[in-house]
Write a new protein. Structure first.
Length: 271
DNA sequence: CTTTTGACCTGACAGC
DNA sequence: TGCTGTCAGGTCAAAA
């Protein structure tokens, strides 16, 4: 499900309701996520106050004294705020009960997501340490992409989805950004010029910004913390538009399989 | 080191 | 009404 715009939309929705609040308790109904949810999470979090909520790539980091609650939404995860006592449905795996009769609820049908406690400094943890550039960080630009891609034969689409290079760009926004930059998704990353990377870096930022303004993309189950749906899916240039005319040149949009993932592109606009 | 492949898991949908 | 196959916002580990 969630790429940067969906995770950031979730963060913004939660922010005013969780930061400064104390945790009254944690209920783990199913610990079998990507990694087991710690059995002692209730003991760890109970009584602690959430002092901040940050995003690093597609991870949400709930800052607490002495550590951090790390949440990843995987493919189908979602966080919502519900009144205490709201009956749990089939895939509601973790509840964090907050002071003020509100429960932060993690729902994740496919269970590819994660909910972990990180002791100490979050950035030092193995899951965050090797993450690449944040698209909205000033350090993320064409020069950086150009430098990191030298000698790489991997397709640019795959390169963009590598979190060790740049974080937050997943299957939808990689296709979209490449369209806006006019780059063919199969082109080897190492054989793209500095000038074209300048354009690509800008296209990535612009695409993510527009998706953010739309509240993200709701393909099937994404919703913000308050339940509202994203609507970027109605304004994609190429994603999900196989056979439909390119919005720029009217050529039919094509579908390509790269690895196990679908890539959409315009055969005329992207070279 | 890079690249490729398979694995994890459930639900929705198409086709027979 | 099944059943089977394919696909879906991710990313890690192992093999080549």
């Amino acid at each position: 499900m969630p790429e940067l715009p969906e995770v950031e939309t979730t963060r913004r929705g939660l922010l005013p309701h969780v930061v400064g609040r104390r945790v009254d308790g944690v209920v783990v109904r199913d610990a079998r996520l990507r990694w087991p949810v710690p059995a002692d999470l209730d003991r760890t979090l109970r009584g602690k106050r959430i002092t901040g909520l940050r995003r690093r790539g597609k991870y949400l980091v709930f800052d607490c004294p002495h550590g951090h609650l790390l949440v990843h939404l995987g493919m189908s995860g979602r966080l919502s705020l519900v009144p205490d006592g709201t009956p749990a449905r089939r895939h509601d795996h973790v509840d964090v009960q907050l002071e003020g009769h509100t429960t932060l609820r993690l729902t994740d049908p496919r269970r590819f997501g994660a909910c972990l406690w990180l002791e100490g400094d979050a950035e030092d943890h193995a899951l965050l340490r090797h993450l690449g550039l944040e698209p909205f960080d000033p350090a993320f630009d064409g020069a950086a992409l150009h430098r990191l891609s030298r000698g790489r034969s991997t397709a640019i689409k795959h390169f963009l989805m590598d979190a060790r290079i740049v974080t937050g760009v997943g299957n939808i926004y990689a296709s979209e950004a490449l369209f806006h930059a006019g780059i063919h998704p199969s082109r080897p990353a190492g054989r793209i010029s500095r000038a074209r990377y300048d354009r690509l870096a800008e296209a990535i930022r612009a695409t993510l910004e527009r998706a953010l303004a739309a509240g993200g993309t709701t393909l099937r189950d994404f919703a913000a913390a308050d339940g509202s749906l994203g609507h970027f899916q109605s304004q994609t240039a190429v994603y999900g538009r196989e056979g439909e005319p390119c919005r720029a040149c009217r050529a039919p949009i094509r579908l390509l399989r790269q690895g196990q993932r679908s890539t959409y592109y315009c055969p005329r606009c992207q070279r």
